[in-house]
Design a protein around this ligand. Sequence first.
Ligand code: BG6
Length: 466
Amino acid sequence: MQNFDFILFGATGDLAMRKIFPSLYQAYYDGLLSLEGKIIATSRTKFGRKDFLKRLETQSKIHIKNYDEKKWEEFTHNIYYLSININEVKEFNLLNQQLSKNSKNIIIYFSISPEFFIQACENLTLVGLNDKRVKIVLEKPLGMDLKSCCEINEKISKFYKETQIYRIDHYLGKESVRNILTLRAFNPIFQALWNKKYIQCIEISVFETLGVENRGEFYDHTGALRDMLQNHILQILSLIAMKIPKNFDANSIRKAKLKILKSLKPLKIDTLNKQVIRAQYVKNEEFKSYLEEKNIKAKSQTETFVALKAELMNKTWQGVPFYLRTGKRMAESFAHIVISFKNKKNTANDINKLIISLQPHHRISFEMNIKKIESDTDFETKILNLNLNHNSTMQSYERLILDIIESNPASFNHKEELEAAWKWVDSILKNWKNKKSELFFYPAKSWGPKQAFELIEKDGCEWYNI
Ligand code: BG6
């Protein structure tokens, strides 16, 4: 494992405490991290190293699976804290003083709001922290629409080369998501059937029982489409639909995904309302409504659920609907991909289905039809189950951080991927902004609004609800 220095902006934030520090610790615990370099935590808040470590202990330790006192002590031994005001270039000099001598692999992680990215990059450059030793990591969502995403990408490119930039989508660090390409590439049986001739429709669903928690302010101007669909779900879609590249290097994978994102059929104003359903949760006996959550604007129109029908304009997929949906405060938490194969009769209840469950269980199932015992005419559907749950504690952030240390960009987004995704999502956002689409409602802990069911059922398909 390579040595590295790790500078974290936003070190007192929620993501840092919940994911980044626990992942770094876990990698250390697993023996995958050399800690010869330093972890330099920064944020605006002024306090000393001791106080920061105390805070880390109380806020981060609870998210660690394999806590071990001795390991924790060793791990925190190399954590330092600096209070930095992003607007003050003088303060950035402190970083250089703090870095380990002859550091050749410097990771700068921005766990801060995108509006501060440019200022931080400019000041880092002014103190010499943009040369080839440096890699920067950007959290999602990158921008709020195509324009702001392009602006960020363009401005950052003045300071850092594309090869130095790692845009995180944590779904690409999940074991189950990383398995999609292997499943497709190394099973010729699927390759032969993976096209419009044999596939009737594809569903990708990501449901969460959680509400907006304490992220109301962020969520209220983001919404489900930007928070989950523009990135995680479109990334899964591109892994499912892309042509399998000859080589599995970062460049080939990213190019193949980009082709898919660019082939998303633009949504036309006249069909958009029929193809995109947005909704917000209202209270039930157990949970309050979205509007009653903390830091949500009165009468907010922000969607906590979105379901839509997407299509691809290429030879392989022309005419195959991709049904995508995501929501908060749903009846169950799960993420899955369902590939429904065509059959001659095309009735929903006897088609073969390949179900790739991404979470909470990592499982691949195949629904097939077999003869009913003692009947020669009737058949029944049985499920072939491949349980892939494993004991590995490696979480997606740990995986991705290790990839960055080793300079492996395959599981990070190229700027063009994000821009292509935003371009497509923009047409939906514009329609919503013009208040031309209706906001529907669904009770907390339900399966979503009835309009989402109608969307898919009118095409003769159905959502797969576990
Ligand atoms: C994040 C979203 O990107 O993904 C959150 O901002 C969401 O709103 C989270 O809860 C879901 O991630 P996971 O790994 O729990 O499915």
